[in-house]
Design a protein around this ligand. Sequence first.
Ligand code: SF4
Length: 149
Amino acid sequence: MDSVLVSACLRGVPCRFDGRDKASPEVDEAVEGRAVVSFCPEAAGGLPTPRRPAELVGGDGHDVLDGTARVVDDTGHDVTAEFIEGARRALVAARSGGCTEALLMPRSPSCGRGLVHDGSFEGKLVSGDGVTAALFERNGITVRSAPGA
Ligand code: SF4
């Protein structure tokens, strides 16, 4: 079976914006027996941990890749470039590791698949993908939202 790229926070790496992890027994079970590449796009893009929470503004990750939306943190600081760089590095890691599939953290502005926060920082969700999830989909890597996270 092919390798799978997994959001690093789901594998117990404390790389979330709040400095915590999201270790998940369901995820461990889902990837059991497979080669796993654990990766955090936001850290790889140069953002510190902990960091301010960020959301997609003006569209989803596909729109960010197309240059028509941005990623900003809750102070209004634009972190679009870091998110795009992290997504690019994640794609390189996925390809290097032979991954045809990714199991990613739900609702994240990088890793979210299908639902993301709406940019209001009020906990509201809208349809859409994170920046890394969008880049993976555009490059033939099947993205699934992690169970139980
Ligand atoms: Fe987890 Fe992805 Fe956020 Fe990194 S960018 S902390 S891997 S959800």
